[in-house]
Design a protein around this ligand. Sequence first.
Ligand code: KG4
Ligand code: ZN
Length: 352
Amino acid sequence: MLILGLETSCDETGVALYDAAALERGGAAADGLLAHVVHSQTDLHAAYGGVVPELASRDHVRRIVPLVREVLTRAGRHTEALGAVAYTEGPGLAGALLVGAAFGHALALAGGLPAIGIHHLEGHLLSPLLGRPAPAFPFAALLVSGGHTQLMRVDGVGRYRLLGETQDDAAGEAFDKTAKLLGLGYPGGPQLAALAERGRPGVFNFPRPMTERPGLDFSFSGLKTAVVVALRGRTLDDQTRADAALAFEEAVVDTLVMKSKRAIEATDARTLVVAGGVGANRRLRTRMLAMGERHGVRVAYPRPEFCTDNAAMIALLGHLRLSAGQRGDLAISARARWSMSELVPPAAGLQS
Ligand code: KG4
Ligand code: ZN
């Protein structure tokens, strides 16, 4: 069955075409993904220093039809071949979500197909399953995005246990805010990471928040303040900014690695999955892999392009939930706020 995935929760319009049967056939599309595209609105919002919701929704409206056409053309398929539509139902910007939800339902209605709403973070969480060999359940997971930093135990689709989470800023948010402070643009994570490449180790040293006491929770808001205090009275030349960026990145990465190690120990997991936008960070990937090697644990990441927002993860979840018996939704639903704790396994999620 071919599943069309749609992602419009924030400032990226994503469309993907997923073919579950391709897994059995093997070959180039062995991850099941026939084609995917992401259009980023970064330039549109850059002047405002953050995402402007109304501009985001309008741009999704402009892009979604051409992007669906492009994906179908790249995959050499027609809409008649589709078996289902999976769209991001939430959480995210209400207006942006509505574009994907309404378009997805319209397409599904026209073709007599099921449409299924997917939780954006569940998409991120299971996106490493797009890799080969796919990690097997159960595993420990670190979900690090712009809005979330959570450690979880994952026993199956919809079977998630929260082990710890941030008490204030998410790791990605800390990257973005610190980047702004260092005079970088939005989104700051990748730009701060690039600046850190030129930093000299040991010039600054920032705290590893909440690592000195037991537990799996995080707190990143204090780090940003530590950067402000350290830079006070200094000339913000390129080298100083790069030194601060490196020390900041080291502090965040160290903290994430230390807590992930604790999560592995607490759950006895043999696999750790790292997902979400910050999972694209090179230093984090390298350090986490080294930690996994030391402890005999497999560390699995999505490809960097599937760490940030994309529709491949939404199409994959559509497949996982529909093939496990969940039925499509009947109502067009966009949920700006939606806790992962409300998610249930596919069979329990049967809808009338
Ligand atoms: O998962 P994502 O695309 O969007 C959601 O929040 O759902 O994550 C975006 C976040 C942003 O805060 C961005 O700065 C951060 O991920 N990010 C990075 C890197 N690439 C993206 N942070 C650090 N290093 C990166 N290479
Ligand atoms: Zn995301």
